[in-house]
Structure formats: C-alpha cells, structure tokens
Ligand binder design. Structure first.
Ligand code: ARG
Length: 598
C-alpha cells in the first residue's frame, strides 16, 4: 500500500500540473497546525519563486484544479499561499480498511533481497554481563527487527570478546591455584576432560581477582600475556580449556540475553576473525598501505579535511600482537566473504566512535568494502543514575544485568501485589511489564543520547512508558472481552473478522477523538519508514505513544460496546482491532511482549 501522504501528494501533484505547474510542488505533509487542518500542501510558496507569481494565486488555482471526487472534506488556500487540507471521512476509512486486511498493516518493505549484519553483543566471555552491555543489546535487537520488517535479511552477531587479556588472566590464575590441572601439562597427549574444570561462579571470582593482581604484579601480567599468545598460537591444552570455558560462558550469556528477549543468529567471537588476520595484513602490505611506524604496523587513515586527531589504525602492535583494530578489520573481511551485506551496523558505546572511524576508513582504503556496503556506527549513549553518572550499584560497583532486570521486575511485582490475580499471572505480568519498562525506557530515547534510569518513571502506567503502551493494549483486549460477552463471538473470532474485512469502519460521522485516532493510524507506514531510514527505534516508540494517547481519548469519549447503532458499533470494534494490531506490531519491533492482563 502507498503511504497516505503519498496518495495525497499525488492528487495535489496532478492539480499543480493541471494548473500548469510542476507536479513536484504537490508534496503534502502532516499539518503543524492541527487546530486548523489535518494536512498541508506548501508547494505554492516554492512554485511562486520559479513561476514569478503570487503564491496565493497559485494556491487558489491548484484548489480549483482538484477533481470534485469527495476525497477531501475541505481544501482551502490561505495567505500567503498555504493549502490547508481536511481529509474526507470516506477516504480515510477506505485507507484504514485496506490497512486492516493488508500484510504488515499496509507497510511496504523496500529492502527485500538486501542483507544487514548487526553487531550488538560485545559481551566479554568469563565476565558477567553488566549494565554497559544493556543498551547495545536492547537497541541492536530492535534495530534488527526494524530492518527485518523492511525486508532485510538480518544477521545479528554477538561478537563476543573471547580472545584477549581476560582469558590470559584467568588461565594464569587457574594455573597458580591448580598447577596439576591436565590442561596445563605440556606433555599431555590424551583427550582432555569434557567438563569445564571451573564453574561460572568461580570464574566470576577468578577474573576480578586476577585482574587486580595483574595491576600490581609485572611478572604475573607478563605470564598472562604469554598465555594469550600461546592460546592464539594453538597450544592444545589451552585451546581445550578455552573451549570448555567458552562453552559454559556462552550458555550463560545466551540465557541472560534471552531474558532480555535478545537473540543472536551468530555467536561468533573475536577469535573467529583470527584466521583472516594474517592474509589480510599480507594483502595490505602488498598494496603498500601498511607501514611500520614506531615498531608497529599501521595504516594511515588521516584525511585532509580532518579537524580532529586521527591516529593510524593498528594492524600489529610493536610486540607483534594483534589487537582490537585488527580483530574488527578481519571480522569485516569475514562478513563480506560470508554474507556480502549491504549494511554492517555496529551498536556499541559511542565512546568507541574513533576506533570504528579508523576501522571503516581502513577497510575502504584496502578495498575490503566497496560502495555497495554501508558501514554504520550507531554509538549509544550511557545509561546514567539519578546523579548523572554511569549507573552503578548502591555500593558503587559494576551492576550485573541480571540484578537490574530483577530489580525492575520486583518493582512491578510490588505494584501488582494487591491485585486479584493468581501467583502465576502476577509472575508473567511482572516479567513482561518489567522488561517493557526497562526496554522502552531505553529505546524511547534516541540511541546516541545519555539518559537517566528512573525506575519509578519507567514502571509508571502513565506517560511515555512501556507499561502505558501495554496497558493500552490490555484495555483494548478487555473491551473486546466485553464485546465478546454481548456478541457471543470469541475475541479470536472478532479479531479474525476485523483482519479479513468482515468488520469495517463505519462512514457515519463520528466525533473528534475518533477522527484523531484514524489519522494517527493512517500514519503507520510513514512513521515506520522513518524509523527504518533513520535506524531509529525511538521513532517507533513515539508513534506508539501517540497512538496509545489517541486510543485512550477515543475510549474516554465514546461508548464502544454500548453503542446502539450496530454499524457504528462494528466500526468501533474494527477500529480498536486495527489499533491493537498496530500496537502489537510496534512492540514486537521493540522486542517487547505484552501480557494478557495487567
Ligand atoms: N567487547 C567489547 C567491549 O566490551 C565490545 C565489542 C563491540 N563490537 C565490536 N565489533 N568491536 O568493549
């Protein structure tokens, strides 16, 4: 289905043409003066400059050139040359009726056949998932869903930090505590035990301990570096131990991400890019773009127009080790080879912006990525506490993601305490509503902005919050339940009837709140297209918030089930069924689930 704004623009374009002007001036937009009109066409202003005529004269000609087909309730040229438009109820209803029976509610995907890789995990193996990984996970999952909605084949990659210093530290500490462990025996040639010799709990204690010790102990630090080197060079026992640790760690991460409704298609780690590093560096040397600088091998990425510091991209450090730059470069080599994506999107803390700029410039320079592939860094801002500083636990430590999710859930559960619901229902509601509070609180802010985590605000059932959106959905379901008991049709049957066109909007004149709801519904495709174009989940949030507000005013100002005129009543039911469908689609794009009751 075309966007309604495009349909209107075509009509006005034709009228401009009929009056002797270019059709391009017919662009219609949503009115910024809703007190005066619903849409506006401001093309006469620009047209006037080209045709050297008074804008109001052109606007008047255009208005009289419109066909008399009843598409509009009123069209008015006003000084100095705007055209104010009020759409006809029938036109709007027909559009909405078609939306109701269309796939994706009439939204036309524009990216079928294209592929996008989204890199939004970044958790580090053997370290618990902490709040810093919350935003990339939540935003990345939503970005993936939004692009998929637009037709992209989407591939989410966890890109775990599985290969660097932390593993070396863990190995070193494990060896100190348990030197006889067979994984450390260089002369051992048999099979290694399948079980991981440490539990996750132990790892969580070992890593911070080793990390602290390495800061004071030079020799210890050197041993950890050596362990990483030997692991990367393929020492058998280290590889086996690493695999065991990866195994338990990935399972735990999958569970944790899963509890956020975040899923990855690929569970690659930095290590998976390793085989691509050496040939990539060889190639860059051949091309003459890799050069030695202060003992390290680097690629210069400075450009003349740079007005900030732009250090070179580091291929090999002076000790010959590969680091974060090479890993990300080689990961791009791998992704290009495996998927030839049209887009690679990184949802990573915005403080890593410079790193990605260096990496992007390098892969362009080396011809690894051509013009057909966009490289996009979607740097996310920080979630701060009420003190405006990055969110911490009460005692100032790093907050574990699990604990945060639980906190929010408990907060919702408290609110539900005196509700007449079974324990099971309360449990499901607090899980879903808690998660919605957390995710919506995050996603409703532009990704790049910092925001303040405010548990009371986020879990409120009023205002621009996840629970408010869910509450609106539950309200619609409870109206349908009431309708069900009067009509004798189950909710599922009513929803099906609305979705196959048996229930249609009524053309009988309604009140203002009804029209407003319809207008907001009609903007669905336009708003989703904006969210896709700007890769912006917060645009989905604001659409859903406006829609919920319209639905709630409609609910307060109309009798729905008690409406006596049957055609009107069925029209109302069709209207709220469509609203529910849009809300369902929208929250799914955000990675949020709705409970049946609240
Ligand atoms: N593991 C990294 C960190 O914790 C984030 C990885 C982000 N993704 C990437 N492709 N570099 O800082």
């Amino acid at each position: 289905m075309k966007e309604l704004l495009d349909i209107l623009s075509e009509k006005f374009g034709a009228a401009f043409e009929k009056a002797g002007y270019g059709a391009e001036y017919g662009r219609c937009v949503v009115s910024n003066r809703p007190d005066l009109c619903e849409y506006q066409c401001n093309g006469a202003m620009a047209c006037a400059k080209v045709y050297k005529k008074a804008p109001i004269a052109i606007a008047n000609e255009v208005v009289t050139s419109l066909p008399d087909d009843g598409a509009f309730k009123s069209v008015e040229a006003v000084a100095p040359g705007f055209i104010n438009i009020i759409i006809g109820e029938k036109t709007l209803n027909a559009y909405l009726n078609e939306m109701a029976v269309s796939e994706k509610n009439g939204f036309e995907p524009k990216s079928i056949g294209k592929t996008a890789v989204i890199d939004y995990g970044g958790a580090n193996v053997a370290k618990p998932l902490h709040v810093g990984h919350l935003r990339p996970a939540i935003i990345g999952e939503s970005v993936k869903r939004i692009l998929k909605f637009d037709g992209y084949k989407t591939i989410g990659d966890a890109h775990l930090g599985d290969w660097g210093t932390p593993i070396g530290l863990i190995f070193t500490e494990m060896q100190d505590r348990n030197p006889s462990l067979v994984f450390f025996d260089e002369n051992y040639t048999g099979e290694y035990p399948a079980e991981c010799p440490v539990t996750l709990k132990e790892l969580e204690e070992i890593y911070p301990f080793a990390s602290a010790k390495s800061k004071e102990d030079e020799e210890y630090r050197a041993r950890a570096r050596q362990a990483v080197f030997e692991l990367q060079s393929g020492r058998r026992g280290y590889r086996a131990l690493w695999e065991r640790i990866m195994d338990i760690s990935k399972k735990d991460l999958a569970k944790n991400y899963g509890s956020l409704n975040v899923f990855f298609e690929l569970w690659y780690g930095e290590s998976d890019a390793d085989p691509y590093i050496a040939p990539m560096i060889e190639d860059m040397k051949k091309q003459g773009i890799a050069k030695i600088s202060e003992g390290a091998l680097v690629v210069d990425v400075k450009e003349e127009s740079d007005n900030k510091e732009m250090p070179p991209c580091m291929l090999l450090k002076s000790d010959g080790a590969v680091g974060y730059d090479s890993t990300d470069l080689a990961t791009i080599v791998q992704r290009m080879k495996d998927f030839s994506p049209n887009k690679i999107i990184y949802v990573v803390d915005k403080r890593q912006g410079l790193h990605f700029e260096q990496v992007f410039r390098t892969v362009r320079k080396a011809g690894i990525v051509g013009d057909d592939t966009d490289l996009i860094f979607l740097g996310n801002g920080t979630m701060n506490g009420k003190d405006g500083k990055p969110f911490k636990t009460r005692d100032g430590g790093v907050l574990r993601l699990e604990a945060l999710v639980k906190d929010v859930r408990d907060h919702v559960a408290e609110k539900m305490a005196d509700r007449d619901l079974s324990a099971e229902e309360k449990d499901e509601i607090s899980r879903k509503v808690g998660l919605a509070a957390l995710k919506y609180g995050d996603l409703s802010n532009a990704a790049t902005k910092d925001y303040i985590f405010d548990i009371d605000k986020f879990t409120s059932f009023e205002g621009n919050t996840g629970p408010y959106i869910l509450y609106t959905m539950v309200r619609i379901k409870s109206i349908l339940e009431k309708y069900s008991s009067v009509s004798g049709l189950s909710i599922a049957v009513v929803l099906a009837k609305a979705a196959n066109g048996e229930y249609k909007l009524s053309d009988i004149d309604g009140n203002d709140s009804e029209k407003k709801l319809k207008l907001q519904i009609s903007l669905f495709s336009t708003s989703m297209a904006q969210a896709v174009a700007e890769i912006a989940p917060h645009k989905v949030c604001s659409y859903l918030f406006d829609l919920s507000n319209c639905l709630n005013s409609f609910y307060h100002e109309n009798k729905i089930v008690a409406e006596e005129n049957e055609e009107k009543r069925k029209g109302f039911i069709a209207l709220i069924c469509l609203t529910l469908k849009l809300l369902e689609t929208g929250i799914d794009l955000l990675g949020i689930e709705a409970p049946e009751k609240m």
